[in-house]
Design a binder for this molecule. Structure first.
Ligand SMILES: Nc1ncnc2c1ncn2[C@@H]1O[C@H](COP(=O)(O)OP(=O)(O)OP(=O)(O)O)[C@@H](O)[C@H]1O
Ligand SMILES: [Mg+2]
Length: 366
């Protein structure tokens, strides 16, 4: 049995549906992420799990028990918010001890539990400080310690790192992965940052307009987006509309206006005449100065470099094919003595393996 089961959950505000008939289940010990653009319903969903908001329809079951009517403080669920929400007049230790005191934990146990929680978030020695004497990252660690100290079954984190700068975020991401492994508590993490979701999660639910568009492991979300929305939202992706003209075993031929015939791997719901979109990641393409044709398991197109973006480790090249299609490609600047490989105007060949482009059949979602 799943730890958390959400069944046909909906929440409307007036005639606006913020959460639209969502069903999903989360296993014990998972690092589960809700990912989606601003306003897609992530916080609303989280608030209903915590009990701060009441669904208009559907059920939430924890360990098989329906949570309808259970007040937030009686749910084995804790939430960490973006804005820390620490008590400014209390020390770190007093902040962390607060939920234990509310739960009438014996005095003798409180000290030990607070010390353990401080150790979990690597803040041993900070017990006597006040929130204003801490950095942003340290404050957020205190919030997490305070949420973990009662050993909830579920920890909800709503954009907990979004107030931190890029470098600190990355460090905190690594700490969160380790912390979740150590304490073994199920995390439901909310973010609109796709890179963060990919880095942290065991599974991701990609949300759009109150619904879940795709629920999968990070590598599958990235490599096999099920809808145009997911392909576009997760990382950079070239998207080309086309029509299937031929299917032979594992290979399909697609007619793409502005490019011509493009081959991709066959997808389950493919049939000749069906329209859809090819999703192709820049790093799956190869740009070279040599014009190549007729390699059986690759696509090749002639083009010119239209624009380039030097980014240090890599250079992004926008290549325009003879038919007028624009492709974003990427090359690592790894050759010794070469800051980059091409200049604007250079004639190039863009190639990618048949299985590098993923075809999304129209109407498959979103
Ligand atoms: N109390 C409320 N009353 C009316 N509308 C609300 C209320 N709470 C949320 N909404 C609306 O519901 C939609 C979903 O909001 P929600 O806060 O869940 O989005 P989110 O995915 O968390 O976005 P963000 O990434 O910006 O935090 C939004 O359009 C929002 O305006
Ligand atoms: Mg939100």
């Amino acid at each position: 049995m799943a730890l958390l089961e959400i069944r046909n959950l909906s929440r409307r505000f007036g005639d606006y549906t913020a959460v639209d008939n969502i069903s999903l289940s989360i296993e014990a010990g998972e690092f589960f992420t809700l990912l989606g653009p601003s306003g897609c319903g992530k916080t609303t969903l989280l608030r209903m799990i915590a009990g701060f908001d009441v669904p208009d329809a559907g059920q939430i079951l924890l360990d098989g028990v329906d949570l309808t009517g259970v007040p937030p403080e009686q749910r084995p669920v804790r939430t960490v918010f973006q804005n820390y929400a620490l008590f400014p007049h209390m020390t770190v230790a007093q902040n962390i001890a607060f939920p234990l005191e509310m739960a009438k934990t014996p005095k003798g146990e409180i000290q030990t539990k607070v010390d353990e929680a401080l150790e979990d978030v690597r803040l041993t020695g900070f017990a006597a400080r006040y929130p204003h004497e801490l950095s942003g990252g340290q404050r957020q660690r205190v919030s997490i310690a305070r949420a973990l100290v009662t050993h909830p079954k579920l920890l909800l984190l709503d954009e907990p790192l979004s107030a931190l700068d890029a470098q600190l975020r990355e460090q905190m991401q690594i700490e969160l992965i380790n912390l979740q492994k150590e304490v073994g508590i199920t995390f439901i993490y909310v973010t609109h940052d796709q890179a963060e979701a990919l880095a942290l999660s065991h599974r991701i639910a990609v949300m759009n307009k109150g619904t879940v568009e795709q629920l999968d492991e990070p590598t599958r979300i990235y490599s096999y987006p099920q809808s145009r929305f997911v392909a576009d939202f997760i990382g950079t992706c070239n998207l080309f509309d086309g029509t299937i003209t031929q299917i032979e075993g594992n290979t399909m031929w697609l007619d793409v206006p502005s490019m011509g015939m493009v081959k991709t791997s066959t997808v389950p719901d493919a049939r000749v005449g069906a329209k859809g979109t090819i999703a192709l990641r820049p790093e799956k393409t190869l740009v070279s100065a040599e014009i190549v044709r007729g390699v059986a398991d690759e696509n090749h197109f002639d083009g010119h470099v239209k624009e380039l973006l030097y980014m240090g480790g890599v250079t992004v090249y926008i290549v325009e094919t003879e038919g007028g299609a624009r492709l974003e490609t990427l090359l690592a600047n790894s050759a010794i003595g070469r800051p980059r490989f091409f200049e604007v105007g250079d004639a190039v060949d863009v190639a990618w393996r048949i299985d590098a482009g993923h075809f999304i059949v129209d109407g498959a979602h979103g």
